[in-house]
Design a protein around this ligand. Structure first.
Ligand code: FEO
Length: 450
């Protein structure tokens, strides 16, 4: 039985929700499920916008059959080849051999890789190419690395609709709603949007900024992402968040304390620090990284301006759950934060040095104080030292708020963009012999980021 909703008179959401698989992309818990969005346009030509994850293929094909209502499928726009959107593309091509795949060159290679199939009569599109389906006119806009290199978004200039691929999506099943204005977005959805963005595309801030720049030049009335609600009102709300996240700018002047504690000593120190900070009027969040999945702590490290990492020494190294979080922050390019470290070690504390080394791999992370060390448990008098640490952090949170915000607002990403595929090389200078890792073009095909 079909389960669909109309986006507009001739555009139908034919996706579905997966609430049965607790882990997304083999990494991220999705306790609220996740939606895989697909859309069908009934113009003079029919157009399918992406397929879905295999988990919901039965629902998807029933939806497609219902929405087509006997019409043939003319086009399949492939915006993104990750299997959560393209796993059913192979089956679709078998069911609808009449349909022409519309995608770019990188996507067609991935179709061959994932599906061992070569789409017949595919239409290859590049940045700025257009296609008319009757009443609707589409322009394709490259969005490489948001979230894979082949990603393209398409813009329907007739109804002002942006099909945005992973951008502006979220974790969370749709539970009957389709539009973001049908929910209390800030209260019920913002945290999951942040966790989705930071964990899935957080590494690619400059590329997301480039897409935001391209989108700013379009009159967008509706945004159809591949996960989560459709935006038909207040699109600026999510754009404003994306601008901060992509620039690695904190949303909240406050402190997140990711901590790990084997026998409670480190946790007590983290708790005391949190109490002193709260008493000083500083917003505080805590995550026990042995208990809470690192994706939640990572999202809050993007959210807050200050981070205190507190962890014990283990096997003469850093306790694994904290090492996992810190390595993930390195991989996601977190930057521009102020930090402090608490280490514990009953005979040879070493976790602080390792945490500091990992922080050095990130850009613009400032340590506000020497590593705070406890041995097993806090010794008498160390609560005073924690109070002093809290005061130093609070002074930074309060004192730096306005200048930091101004500094961030004025800061533009530095680098060079490949004019062929959009890859961004982050640096002040571009080596003369540089070769684009995505499309293998030389440095002469790069232009400075504006
Ligand atoms: Fe939702 Fe990058 O796939």
């Amino acid at each position: 039985m079909y389960c669909v909703r109309n986006v507009t008179d001739d555009l139908i959401w034919i996706g579905g929700n997966d609430r049965q698989h607790p882990i997304f992309e083999a990494a991220h818990p999705v306790p609220r499920g996740v939606s895989y969005n697909s859309y069908l346009l009934l113009d003079e030509k029919t157009v399918l916008f992406d397929t879905v994850d295999r988990a919901i293929q039965t629902q998807f094909f029933e939806n497609l059959d219902h929405a087509l209502d006997g019409r043939k499928l003319d086009y399949i726009f492939v915006h993104h080849m990750e299997p959560d959107h393209a796993a059913t593309l192979g089956d679709l091509m078998l069911r609808h051999p009449e349909a022409r795949v519309v995608c770019n060159g990188k996507a067609i290679n991935m179709i061959r890789q994932f599906h061992a199939a070569d789409p017949k009569n595919a239409i290859l599109v590049g940045d700025g190419d257009t296609l008319s389906t009757g009443r609707h006119n589409f322009t394709f806009v490259s969005a490489p690395m948001v979230h894979w290199p082949e990603v393209v978004v398409s813009y329907d200039s007739t109804d002002k609709i942006l099909f945005s691929a992973d951008a502006f999506g979220t974790f969370g099943a749709l539970n009957g709603i389709l539009f973001a204005d049908e929910v209390d977005w800030e209260r019920d959805w913002l945290d999951e949007y942040r966790r989705y963005y930071t964990n899935i595309v957080g590494k690619y801030g400059p590329q997301v900024s480039a897409l935001l720049g391209k989108a700013a030049g379009l009159d967008i009335q509706t945004v159809c992402p591949l996960h989560g609600p459709v935006w038909r009102k207040d699109f600026s709300k999510i754009v404003a968040r994306y601008a901060k996240w992509a620039a690695y700018e904190p949303e909240v002047q406050g402190v997140v304390i990711p901590f790990a504690s084997i026998y409670g000593g480190t946790e007590t120190a983290a708790n005391i620090l949190a109490c002193r900070l709260a008493e000083l009027g500083v917003p505080v969040q805590m995550h026990d990284v042995s208990v809470t999945h690192y994706s939640y702590a990572l999202a809050d490290c993007f959210k807050y301006s200050h981070i205190v990492f507190a962890a014990p020494t283990y096997n003469n190294g850093l306790f694994d759950p904290m090492e996992h979080l810190l390595r993930d922050l390195v991989h996601h390019n977190l930057q521009n934060r102020k930090a402090a470290l608490i280490q514990n070690g009953s005979w040879a504390p070493a976790s602080g040095k390792i945490m500091a080394g990992l922080l050095e791999q990130m850009k613009d992370i400032e340590l506000l104080a020497p590593v705070f060390t406890l041995k097993s448990t806090l010794s008498p008098g160390q609560e005073k030292e924690l109070e002093e640490l809290a005061q130093a952090i609070a002074a930074s949170v309060k004192g730096s708020a306005a200048p930091a915000a101004r500094e961030q607002a004025a800061k533009k990403p530095k680098g060079f963009v490949c004019k062929i595929c959009g890859f961004i090389y982050e640096s002040d200078t571009l080596p003369e012999d540089y070769i684009c890792p995505i499309c293998h073009r030389p440095a002469s095909d790069f232009a400075p980021l504006e």
